[in-house]
Every structure is written in C-alpha cells, then in structure tokens.
Write a protein that binds this ligand. Structure first.
Ligand SMILES: CC(=O)N[C@H]1[C@@H](OP(=O)(O)OP(=O)(O)OC[C@H]2O[C@@H](n3ccc(=O)[nH]c3=O)[C@H](O)[C@@H]2O)O[C@H](CO)[C@@H](O)[C@@H]1O[C@H](C)C(=O)N[C@@H](C)C(=O)N[C@H](CCC(=O)O)C(=O)O
Ligand SMILES: Nc1ncnc2c1ncn2[C@@H]1O[C@H](COP(=O)(O)OP(=O)(O)OP(=O)(O)O)[C@@H](O)[C@H]1O
Ligand SMILES: N[C@H](CCC[C@H](N)C(=O)O)C(=O)O
Ligand SMILES: [Mg+2]
Length: 488
C-alpha cells in the first residue's frame, strides 16, 4: 500500500524523506520486520522501540514512525503518540475491517472469556459465522490461532479482523482487557456492542488504583459509536447490579441495555440452582422465556444475562439464545470437572481474583455433601494486594486449604506464599510445588468431598523464572488419581 495514502488516516504528523512509496506491512517489533515493512517505534514498559531503528533498517524496513526526529536514510514520520497512530494505521492498512464485521467487546474483571464463548454458541446457533478473540484462543469460523495476550496489539487485531472479513464472519466477540484499553490496543475499532461484566480487585500492579482501573474500562464505552453509520445502531450492555455500571453508562452516548438478577431491562425470576446447573425465567424487553442450563453457580446467571443482552440488541430471537444456553458445555478450565474414576469431585477453575475465588467456593459449598478442599496460589509479577485477600477467601469458604504456586514468573515462589499466608491464624497446608500440592489434596479427599484446583484453568504451562514449563492441572490431577494417590 502507498505510504502517503495510508497516512491520510493520521491527522497530524511531520515527514522527512519521500513518503510516496509502497509499504508491504506494519510491525512494532524489529525482530519481525520483513523487507518493505513500516516499523513503528513504541515506548514500552520493558524497553523503547526507538532503540531498534537501526536493526529495523538492517532488516529491510521501508520507513519508520517515531516520536522524535532521528537522522536516517529512509523516510521518517514523526507523531506525538505512536501507540494511537499504530492503531489508526493498522485499521487503515487492513481496510477498516471492523466496520464490516458486527463486533461485540466484553470488558470487566471476571466473566469475559465465558461470555464470549456463550456469545459464540448463541450466534452459531443462529446460523451465523463467528470469530472470537480472547484469553484461550482466537477462533475464526472454527479455526484456532494461538494467543499471547487476552487482547492482542492493534496490528494483530486488525489482521485478525481482516481475516474474519475475508472469511465472511458476521459477528465477532472479543475480550477487551483494561491493559489493552489503557495501551490503545483497541483504539479505532468499530464496536457495535460494549458489554460490562463486573469490577473487583485485580491488576493493581498496573493500574494506580481502582478508579484508574475503572477509567481504563470506561474507554470502551467512550469509544462506542465513534464510527456511527445510519442503520447500524450501537449499544452498551451493562450489569446494573455492579456499582461501577453508573460510571460506564455515563461514559457512552449510545443506548444502554441493563441486566441484573432482580433489576434491569433483562433480569430473572424463579431462580433454581443445584449440582446439575441453573434455571430461571428470563424477563426481557422482547418477552419472557425459561432458561435451563448445565452451567453452575450464581455468577453464571450474570454471564448468561450479559450474553443474552448482547444477543438481543443484535436481533437474535430468545428461543435461539436459550437453545444455546441449554446446549453449552461451558468453557475449558472454568468449573471443569475431572473424571479419573475417583469417588469424590475434582474441579479445575480459573479463579485468580478474590471475587472469583469466593464465587466458585460458594458455588461448590452449596452442592457439596462432604468437605470442600482447595489448592490455590497467586501469580508472580501481578497485583500483590490480591494475595492476602485470596488467602482469606480460601480460609473462609473452604474446609481445607493447600496454598501453593501459581505462575511465579520472575518472583521467588516462597515470597508469594509469605504474602498470602503471613497474616493467617488458622490451620492450612503450604506446599510450594504445585504438583505435590495437587497430589496431597487428592490424597486428603474422602467420598463426597470436592477438590477445587484454582487459578490456572485452561493453562497448559507453569511460568517459572521466565520459562514456560509444561503443566496442566487437569492432567496432573488425572495422573495422581490413576497412580492411586487417593483414598479408595
Ligand atoms: C505490561 C504490558 O501490558 N506489556 C505489553 C506491552 O509490552 P511492552 O510495552 O512491555 O513492550 P516492550 O517489551 O517494552 O517493547 C517495546 C517495543 O519495543 C519493541 N522491540 C522490543 C525488543 C526488540 O528487540 N525489538 C523491538 O522492536 C517491541 O516490539 C515493542 O513494540 O505490549 C505488548 C504488545 O501489545 C504486550 O504483549 C505486552 O504484554 C505483556 C506480555 C503482558 O504480560 N501483559 C499483561 C499484563 C496483559 O496485557 N494482560 C492483559 C489481560 C489480563 C487479563 O485478562 O486479566 C492482556 O490483554 O493480556
Ligand atoms: N460473572 C462472574 N463473576 C464473578 N466471577 C466469575 C464470573 N464469571 C466467571 N467467574 C470466575 O472467574 C474465573 C475467570 O472467568 P473468565 O475466564 O470467564 O473471566 P475473564 O474475565 O475472561 O478473566 P481474564 O481477565 O483472566 O481473562 C472463572 O473461572 C470463575 O471462577
Ligand atoms: N490474565 C491474567 C491471568 C492470570 C492467571 C493466573 N494463573 C496468574 O498467572 O496469575 C493475568 O495475566 O494477570
Ligand atoms: Mg479472559
């Protein structure tokens, strides 16, 4: 594509050198440059992309976008904010694909992955082609791509949407993390629906405080409808039971559909919950309908209401929505049972915040006839303030607690465990090695107990000292049972 033409998507810039030339791609990483690419220098948290201009030129960069002037033999474009400009250039380079794909963005502390999966099932039930971008995978019409972030960078995002448009995807659902919003990864995307799940403590290593975290989330609602076209209505769908929803409602100029258990445009009556799942009557602006689902827990009601709200504003019939809810098998690593022939329950779940851990433990307590035991740790290089709080939740809601390592990343696992347990008074186990902790937890279980293995869900690795080592809670638990480490 012609660089001069591409730059029409950027309002203010200065150029040095001849920009009337073709570029073949866009990248922010000098290690990924292909000859003819435009290299964009990003000031990151670890390093500064401006340091790699020389390597980018050696690798064949056709032009550079930077935040200050540097002497060079290839064209240079100077802008004040390369992150935003990268998002504008990426959208433009790929032909603004999100303007032609119905796009639903889901943000909030917990439930994003689950809601995008439910939406995928609803739109598939509605016989539409779908795309999903999130923590577990990016999926385009059933084909799966690996991920490194819940929300990818703006270039990768637009490339995925370009692929979706080529594949004639009608509806795409994506998780929008607060990091992505803060870093402008989704800047310029044309969302049709923005969904808010809930706000509770997480990521305070990154965000200054809860207000700052909420401010990042509100950017999704502020950007909703920026590309408004006649006949393409935009909606915000928010959880009215969460106090933060009022801020998000104020952040958008678009119509809002609210949901909640007892209040909101979409709400419930006659909830029934047991070990087989939840059922309720769903009250909506387009009629009332019975929902019967195998998903467990009170929080699953919220996830279903959020997904139903987004589907309703996109014109999906209620019958289609509840058919998807009745068929869903849930999401990998979210309340996923492990069946290895044992006489007690083993459940793997991705709860890695105080709120999600509390929800999951309460759900299991409600259905368990024996003891609820939990294996839990906290991630390294992440919000340390979560550590004592998650430990308190485990001690309060479980009958037997095994503290262990999650992904220690660059931190010493013992320090993380000290942060979790230093203030505790009651009895607990502390077993640093996660495999040993799972084996001990399994060995303690009696008939009718439930063992919750929390924090890593679908993850198939454990990140220790910067290395990702193979580790899957589901496989480790299965192996421990098969090796006879449980009470028979
Ligand atoms: C703290 C953070 O969010 N970092 C993200 C950020 O990277 P960064 O700013 O640290 O980048 P950097 O390493 O300093 O590099 C700066 C620039 O130099 C370039 N570079 C670097 C080296 C080189 O040799 N050549 C070169 O060109 C890099 O490509 C980059 O453009 O931008 C990258 C691209 O978008 C992200 O992959 C990266 O996510 C890291 C891996 C991360 O761990 N992020 C987590 C905290 C995160 O974002 N999590 C959220 C969700 C969490 C949730 O679901 O709850 C997510 O969306 O995944
Ligand atoms: N609506 C909800 N409210 C509270 N907790 C929830 C809710 N939905 C799911 N959870 C809990 O949170 C965990 C993570 O769920 P999910 O993966 O759907 O969230 P997420 O927002 O995508 O998380 P992440 O930020 O890591 O991507 C689940 O394993 C479950 O324990
Ligand atoms: N998206 C979350 C995932 C946390 C998962 C947990 N297993 C951990 O490593 O803390 C994060 O990167 O903070
Ligand atoms: Mg997720």
């Amino acid at each position: 594509m012609n660089l001069q033409e591409l730059l029409t998507s950027v309002p203010f810039y200065q150029t040095y050198g001849e920009i009337d030339k073709d570029i073949t791609g866009i990248t922010m990483d000098s290690r990924q440059i292909k000859p003819g690419d435009l290299f964009i220098c990003i000031k990151g948290f670890e390093t500064d992309g401006h340091q790699y201009i020389t390597s980018a030129i050696h690798a064949g960069a056709a032009a550079i976008v930077a935040m200050h002037h540097v002497e060079m033999d290839i064209p240079l474009i100077v802008v004040s904010d390369t992150k935003r400009v990268m998002a504008q250039l990426a959208s433009s380079f790929y032909g603004n694909p999100t303007r032609e794909v119905g796009l639903i963005g889901v943000t909030g502390t917990n439930g994003k992955t689950t809601i995008t999966y439910l939406l995928d099932e609803i739109f598939t039930e509605n016989k539409m082609s779908t795309g999903v971008i999130g923590t577990i995978q990016t999926k385009i019409n059933g084909k799966s791509y690996g991920v490194s972030n819940t929300t990818p960078d703006s270039v990768s995002l637009n490339e995925f949407f370009f692929e979706m448009r080529k594949e004639e995807v009608q509806t795409a659902m994506m998780e929008v993390s607060s990091h992505a919003l803060d870093q402008g990864r989704v800047y310029g995307l044309d969302f049709d629906v923005a969904v808010f799940t809930n706000l509770s403590q997480d990521h305070l290593d990154y965000h200054k405080d809860m207000d700052d975290y909420l401010r990042a989330k509100s950017l999704l609602f502020a950007q909703l409808g920026n590309h408004y076209e006649q006949g393409r209505e935009k909606y915000a769908v928010v959880n009215i039971d969460d106090p933060a929803s009022h801020i998000l409602i104020k952040s958008t100029a678009q119509p809002v559909l609210t949901y909640g258990v007892e209040q909101g445009d979409v709400h419930t009556r006659n909830i029934h919950m047991d070990e087989t799942g939840v059922s309720f009557t769903m009250i909506t602006p387009v009629g009332n309908i019975q929902v019967d689902s195998g998903l467990m827990g009170h929080f699953s009601i919220y996830n279903m209401l959020a997904a139903a709200g987004a589907a309703i504003v996109r014109g999906v019939q209620l019958e289609v929505i509840v058919a998807a809810f009745s068929k869903t098998k849930g999401v990998p690593g979210r309340l996923e049972p492990v069946f290895a022939g044992q006489s007690f329950g083993i459940v793997v779940d991705y709860a890695h915040t105080p709120d999600s851990l509390e929800n999951v433990l309460k759900t299991l307590k409600d259905v368990c006839e024996g003891y609820v035991r939990v294996i839990v740790g906290c991630g390294g290089d992440r919000d340390a303030g979560k550590r004592p709080k998650m430990a308190d939740v485990a001690m309060k809601f479980a009958d037997d607690v095994f503290f262990t390592s999650d992904n220690p990343r660059s931190e010493n696992p013992e320090n993380i465990l000290d942060d979790m347990t230093g203030h505790l008074k009651g009895e607990f186990h502390r077993i640093t090695d996660r495999k040993e902790a799972i084996e001990s937890g399994i060995a303690s279980c009696r008939n009718k107990d439930i063992l919750l293995i929390a924090g890593k869900g679908h993850e198939t690795y454990q990140e220790v000292d910067g290395m990702k080592l193979e580790f899957d809670d589901r496989k480790v638990a299965t192996q421990a049972v098969k090796q006879g480490r449980h009470n028979k």
